[in-house]
Design a protein around this ligand. Structure first.
Ligand SMILES: C[S@@+](CC[C@H](N)C(=O)[O-])C[C@H]1O[C@@H](n2cnc3c(N)ncnc32)[C@H](O)[C@@H]1O
Length: 240
């Protein structure tokens, strides 16, 4: 029997090649909003499956982030696995804020962190969000979120404005130009996504004013694709 090519959707679920062909033949329907997609995913098993698919690259990024004091902000917390880790490890002395567009994700992440005194989860759109008491952060982190913003640069600029001098932004994405396998995701999820290249992310950070801009690519041990390293991580520091 011929082995079938396996490919993966944005959250690591296997898509069979027969399924891809039929999907690719369809004209792209991008009629769903990001919040519609993730309201649903927060109400079924997919938020937890995202955790399983994303934990490997997130863990690799967390291991590289220099230990720092102050406050942490996570954009698009999903089921709360990342903010829980930061609140119980790196930011035990600080406060951790989490934000998500989907109320179902907020419910899950609140439950995941309900025993922790140093976590607050809010429901809202990061691009319109006002930081509580004009709080500034020493670390802002997000996994698989920025390409859902209508303008990625707006998200990077906003994050810059919310950082303390010396604070860092870490942005992880699997949907980017050099990761060709990801290009069909807007059609599969029927929702718009912005496709930036590695260079675009780097330039976006520099244009926002970040210094010490760096990039890494993480291979996800669960995704056996032909591409070595399918999570792009871009980070930068706000000048003092
Ligand atoms: C692909 S999921 C990733 C969730 C989580 N970071 C993880 O690794 O499992 C993207 C998340 O970002 C949230 N999101 C998308 N756009 C957002 C925005 N503008 N503001 C806040 N959250 C947003 C979605 O609701 C969703 O929970």
């Amino acid at each position: 029997m011929e082995s079938e090519e396996l490919r993966f959707d944005p959250d690591g679920f296997i898509i069979r090649s027969s399924e891809i062909c039929s999907k690719e033949l369809q004209t792209m329907d991008l009629s769903k909003t990001t919040s519609e997609v993730f309201e649903k995913w927060g109400s079924d098993h997919r938020a937890n499956e995202m955790e399983q698919a994303h934990w490997s690259p997130v863990q690799q990024a967390f291991a590289l982030i220099p230990k720092r004091s102050g406050n942490y902000l996570e954009i698009g917390v999903g089921n709360g696995y990342g903010i829980r880790h930061m609140a119980t490890n790196q930011f035990t002395e600080g406060h951790c804020w989490g934000l998500d567009l989907a109320s179902s994700m907020v419910t899950l992440s609140k439950k995941r962190t309900e025993t922790l005194q140093n976590v607050t989860i809010e429901h809202g759109n990061f691009l319109e969000w006002n930081s509580p008491s004009n709080e500034l952060f020493s670390l802002i982190f997000s996994m698989e979120v920025f390409f859902y913003f209508p303008k990625i640069q707006q998200g990077i600029d906003k994050a810059y404005s919310l950082l303390k001098p010396g604070g860092q932004l870490w942005v992880l994405v699997d949907y980017f130009k050099e990761n060709e396998i990801s290009h069909e995701w807007p059609g599969l999820l029927q929702t718009p996504m912005q496709l930036w290249s590695k260079r675009d992310y780097r330039d976006g950070f520099i244009n926002a004013g970040f210094s010490e801009v760096g990039q890494r690519q993480f291979a996800d041990s669960q995704k056996k694709t032909s591409l070595d390293g399918n999570t792009l991580c871009t980070f930068g520091t706000k000048s003092r």
